[in-house]
Design a protein around this ligand. Structure first.
Ligand SMILES: [Fe+2]
Length: 214
């Protein structure tokens, strides 16, 4: 097992309670954070591959693997970036990673949820980590997630599903959330797919057959 596989297994173990019980609150929803983590790692590597400048790929991969481990802290999920940075620091320090690299990785984890600052003067690795996190659960995946959540309502129907998709996935994808050329291209593809899906569903649900019948 290489170092990244070991790290992922460590994170997966830490998140096992969250992944089997979902999150607390009125919208109890079983969301698998380990699977999200794996997808974010894939996006990070893919974006780094197309990034037109120098990237500390090792630090980016490690930050992506640990970025949501903070959700494993049951009693305080609101500050998952700070909790995640702390847990990652403990892991890396115990394995003698260089102090400067540990500081850098922990800074990436600590700031990854502050998506508003993606257009500011920040390290490229932080931009790619945020973009990777944003690209997951959007587009086709976002629509599935919307339906998944909406279907928990007893009175859910096609119209409410469409409303949910418009309110969440379509609205999210209207924002200018990503920055690098590769992420912008993928974001635009996902947005076009989501818009096309919603338009098609809307047409299917609002036929004018009754007007023609009477
Ligand atoms: Fe995440």
């Amino acid at each position: 097992m290489n170092q990244y596989a070991e790290m992922f297994q460590y994170v997966k173990n830490a998140l096992s309670y969250y992944d089997t019980h979902g999150r607390k609150g009125k919208l109890k929803f079983r969301y698998n954070r380990s699977e999200h983590t794996m997808r974010v790692c894939q996006w990070a590597v893919r974006l780094a591959d197309e990034y037109p400048g120098e990237i500390d790929l090792d630090s980016l991969k490690i930050a992506a693997i640990f970025h949501d481990i903070g959700y494993s802290v049951e009693e305080d999920r609101t500050s998952h970036p700070a909790n995640g940075a702390k847990l990652c620091r403990e892991y890396l320090t115990a394995r003698n990673y260089p102090a400067a690299q540990v500081d850098f990785i922990c800074e990436l984890i600590l700031r990854h949820s502050d998506k508003e600052c993606i257009h500011d003067d920040i390290p490229a690795e932080l931009i790619l980590l945020m973009e990777a996190d944003l690209l997951d659960d959007t587009g086709a995946q976002g629509i599935v997630l919307d339906i998944w959540v909406e279907s928990r309502r007893e009175d859910a129907d096609y119209a409410s599903m469409l409303g949910h998709i418009r309110e969440y996935t379509l609205r999210t994808m209207q924002k200018d959330s990503v920055r690098t050329p590769a992420a912008k291209r993928i974001w635009a593809e996902k947005r076009a797919l989501a818009e096309s899906f919603a338009e098609s569903l809307s047409r299917d649900l609002t036929g004018d057959w009754m007007e023609k019948l009477i």
